[in-house]
Design a protein around this ligand. Structure first.
Ligand SMILES: Nc1ncnc2c1ncn2[C@@H]1O[C@H](COP(=O)(O)OP(=O)(O)OP(=O)(O)O)[C@@H](O)[C@H]1O
Ligand SMILES: [Mg+2]
Length: 400
């Protein structure tokens, strides 16, 4: 880490990192605090709070919820009781109650057996565990719209009624936070769900270019050695991030800084130049961020890699499923991984996420990339995929 001329700690630009301070989200944070103040003062008296964090892509909703969850846990500890923040992401973990509840149980009470339990039984088990151990939870459900478009199950119904499992006793669930990009998901709810969901909505507006600059300045200080990213570069990255087509998605700004830094380092420069950012910007498809790749299912990631290799080999903007399958199996062999039997489902998911484009039944490409840009763009994605795969390896390595 310290051997790098450019970076102090590039992991501070990673999607996994949640900064302690989130500039320009003070208002949202203090709203959350005021909603939960009385339950934190006395969890025995409080009823379950339900709120929604709504705003466009990359406006800090997930980060704010995660930071707030930590604050609640710490505040409870200071006051002498235990709260766990359970963060569920429907897009990353799967749009099935079974999977989400199992994950919730594991996060609250690791080691508890969930094998033969139905979703309802898992919720009962959760509440029972919390009562027996005198603990509370705060539950965040991120990407709720994704769940509702993919499943007919009544997740909102279940969760907003969790306090009824302890009628007459204190609710073990202090609060529910639902997150999505817009309120469109309300249309997929039943009337009764809508009413239990309530109307407490915290708005996350798009960041302006000036706000983005403040935020990125903080992140640059954490990630880069002093003086490696000057004001001009920071302004350029902030403007690009604020303008269409990126429209304020901070992830893209962070990615631009990371990859411009890597490029500068690789070419032996002692600071990041405007030219590095411009070149990376030209190559980066904002639709595929490092975060997409980092959290992608490992098989899916290798299948995407297969697609990209096939595109490069054929020097074409589209290839067939057969081509993808072939390259994918070569990659699996190289890496000593067992290939999945059916790649169609994974490809469909990549299409749903807007990463892969299907032009016809036999033509698959990467969404939003023109043929001219393909070569440079694919290099950038391969770089990201490699980083994603390596981070993943480290992770599984730790888990033993
Ligand atoms: N105010 C902020 N200060 C520092 N970093 C921020 C801030 N807002 C967002 N970020 C960073 O930008 C990235 C995107 O933020 P986040 O994931 O919270 O967005 P989101 O609103 O959940 O987006 P989406 O709807 O796409 O899930 C994260 O890496 C996060 O660390
Ligand atoms: Mg999010």
């Amino acid at each position: 880490m310290s051997s790098s001329l450019i970076f102090k700690d590039p992991s501070k630009l990673s999607p996994r990192y949640v900064p302690r301070i989130l500039p320009h989200r003070e208002k949202q944070m203090s709203l959350l605090q005021s909603i939960f103040r009385s339950v934190l003062e006395d969890p025995q008296q409080g009823y379950m709070r339900v709120c929604q964090l709504i705003g466009p892509v990359g406006t800090g909703k997930t980060s704010t919820a995660l930071r707030f969850g930590r604050i609640v846990e710490e505040e409870a500890e200071r006051r002498g009781f235990r709260v766990k923040h359970v963060y569920l992401n429907c897009k990353l973990e799967g749009a099935r109650r079974f999977v989400l509840y199992r994950s919730m149980l594991n996060k609250v009470a690791s080691g508890i057996a969930t094998r033969s339990l139905s979703p309802e039984e898992m919720l009962n088990r959760l509440i029972q565990y919390l009562e027996e151990n005198d603990e509370y939870v705060l539950i965040t459900v991120d990407e709720i719209g994704y769940f509702l478009t993919s499943s007919k199950e009544h997740l909102v119904y279940d969760l907003t009624r969790l306090n009824e499992l302890t009628l007459g006793r204190p609710s073990r669930v202090l609060g529910l936070i639902f997150i999505d990009r817009s309120l469109a998901f309300h249309e997929m709810l039943e009337e009764s769900e809508k009413s239990t969901l309530g109307r407490i909505i915290i708005d996350f507006p798009r960041y302006t270019s000036e706000q983005i600059k403040d935020i990125l300045r903080f992140r640059v200080e954490e990630a880069f050695n002093p003086g490696r990213v000057d004001e001009e570069v920071l302004t350029y990255v902030s403007d690009v991030t604020a303008m269409p087509p990126i429209n304020g998605d901070l992830r893209v700004g962070l990615d631009l800084l990371l990859y411009a830094g890597i490029l500068a380092e690789r070419e032996g420069y002692s600071s990041v130049l405007l030219d590095h950012v411009r070149r990376v910007h030209g190559d980066t498809n904002p639709r595929i961020t490092s975060e997409d790749i980092l959290y992608m299912d490992p098989d899916e990631r290798l299948i995407l890699w297969g697609l990209i290799r096939a595109l490069r080999l054929k020097k074409a903007a589209y290839v067939s499923l057969k081509d993808i399958r072939l390259e994918y199996s070569v990659i699996c062999e190289e890496r000593g991984v067992k290939p999945v039997e059916e790649i169609e489902g994974y490809i469909q998911d990549l299409i749903n996420r807007g990463i892969v484009e299907m032009k016809s039944l036999t033509e698959f490409g990467v969404a939003g990339v023109s043929t001219e840009d393909l070569e440079r763009f694919l290099d950038m994605i391969v770089e990201k995929l490699k980083r994603g795969v390596d981070e993943f390896k480290e992770e599984t390595g730790c888990m033993g």
